[in-house]
Design a protein around this ligand. Structure first.
Ligand code: ZN
Length: 163
C-alpha cells in the first residue's frame, strides 16, 4: 500500500467535480487501499479521492476506530436532524469550520465487490459522509461552514484534546 500525497486547499483539483466510477477495476481497489492507508497515516477519519488527486467518486470513512466503510459513487438518499460542530479537513491543515450538518445520513453506494448497498451514519459519521461527498463536487468545508474558527479557538480546541 502506498501513502499518497494529500492536496491542500490551493490546489485547483480540489475544486473540480469527480467522475462516476464505471467499473470496479483493480486500479480502484488499489486506490481504496492506498486511500485508507493515507487517511490513517494522516490521522483523519475520512478521505475523498480528489484529495489525493484522483477525480473519481470514491470515499473512505472510518466509522469507528479500525472500522472503515468504502463508498464508490455514493449518494445521500436520506438525511434528518441537525448538528452543529467543528469540522476539520486533511486538505485544510489547521483550519476548522463550525458546520451545521444533518445528524443522521443514509448513503447508497457501491462496495469494492461492485454491489450496491445502503448504510446509515449518525453524529460524527453522518457529518463525515456529508463532508467527504461534498469533496466529490469540489465543495470544501469553508463553503458550507456557518463560520471558520479563529486561531484562538483552534488552539483552545487542541489543548482540550491533549487533556
Ligand atoms: Zn475534507
Amino acid at each position: 500500500m502506498a501513502i499518497l500525497k494529500i492536496l491542500t486547499e490551493e490546489d485547483p483539483t480540489l475544486r473540480k467535480k469527480s467522475r462516476t466510477v464505471d467499473a470496479i477495476t483493480p486500479r480502484i481497489q488499489i486506490l481504496l487501499d492506498d486511500m485508507i492507508a493515507t487517511m490513517r497515516r494522516a490521522g483523519g477519519v475520512g478521505l475523498a479521492a480528489p484529495q489525493v488527486g484522483v477525480l473519481r467518486r470514491v470515499v473512505v470513512v472510518e466509522t469507528e476506530p479500525g472500522e472503515v466503510i468504502e463508498l464508490i459513487n455514493p449518494v445521500i438518499v436520506e438525511k434528518s436532524g441537525s448538528q452543529t460542530g467543528q469540522e476539520g479537513c486533511l486538505s485544510l491543515p489547521g483550519r476548522w469550520g463550525l458546520c451545521t450538518r444533518p445528524d443522521t445520513v443514509t448513503v447508497e453506494a457501491t462496495n469494492r465487490r461492485g454491489e450496491r448497498f445502503r448504510g446509515t451514519g449518525y453524529d460524527r459519521t453522518a457529518r463525515c459522509f456529508c463532508h467527504e461527498i461534498d469533496h466529490l463536487d469540489g465543495i470544501l468545508s469553508p463553503d458550507v461552514a456557518d463560520r471558520m474558527l479563529t486561531r484562538e479557538e483552534v488552539l483552545a480546541m487542541m489543548e482540550e484534546d491533549d487533556d
